[in-house]
Design a protein around this ligand. Structure first.
Ligand code: CA
Length: 217
């Protein structure tokens, strides 16, 4: 019975309930993760899967003028707790903003289905970041609640967390909750994603290293 459970868990395309991804291989597991590739007309961004690499037990996201890295989990979940051990290159180049987020299962459902940007960094010194929850306003347009900024030396390893329930979203660093959202909480299936978004003219390089990801569904 235990073997059956493990096999089923292995086929589910992790990280799912109570599962840790250590990135111990030499590439992303395609059953678990997808790296974006190609030009996105909506955001005018060039995603390059070759900018997403795995080595030394670490997933490395890189972004420069040639293209940016984005990685999404194949697991769709409604409500979850996630923790991510990460560090960020500092100072980073201009125009490159790392984001850890939950994004709706179906792109076309945005913004009605919401979006949880539980870590979004515009500070090129990588000493603070913010978080936002997006939702559809009265006219169906994109609106967002800003949770404020949290100051931490992101060039060092820290554990960034999010806990998404039916009533709230809590964001944390190293187990310390720094903001709790209680309005506009998404209630449909979403998946975890890590991206370095292009937010303006790009100079230089930005990198994010992720040591591990733990998800409790
Ligand atoms: Ca690791």
């Amino acid at each position: 019975m235990l073997i059956l459970v493990l096999v089923l868990a292995g086929c589910s395309g992790g990280p799912g309930a109570g599962e840790t991804e250590d990135f111990d291989g030499s590439s992303l597991d395609p059953a678990r993760w997808v790296a974006y590739d190609g030009f996105n007309r909506a955001s005018a961004e060039t995603w390059r899967a070759s900018q997403c690499t795995v080595s030394g037990g670490v997933l490395r996201l890189r972004a420069d003028a040639s293209g940016i890295c984005g990685v999404a989990s194949r697991i769709q979940t409604t409500y979850a707790k996630a923790e991510v051990r990460a560090r960020f290159s500092a100072p980073a180049g201009q125009g490159l903003a790392p984001v850890f987020l939950f994004w709706p299962q179906n792109d076309n459902d945005w913004p009605q289905a919401g979006e949880i940007d539980w870590l979004e960094c515009y500070d090129t010194s990588r000493r603070s970041f913010g978080s936002w929850i997006h939702y559809a306003g009265r006219g169906g347009n994109d609106e967002s609640d800003y949770g404020g900024d949290f100051r931490v030396d992101m060039s060092q390893w820290h554990t960034y967390g999010v806990e998404w329930t039916s009533s709230q979203v809590r964001v944390s660093v190293d187990g310390q909750v720094w903001h709790t959202y209680t309005r506009h909480i998404p209630s449909g299936p979403m998946h975890l994603a890590f991206q370095i978004n292009r937010i303006g003219p790009v100079t230089g390089v930005a990198e994010v290293e992720i040591d591990w990801v733990h998800v409790d569904g």
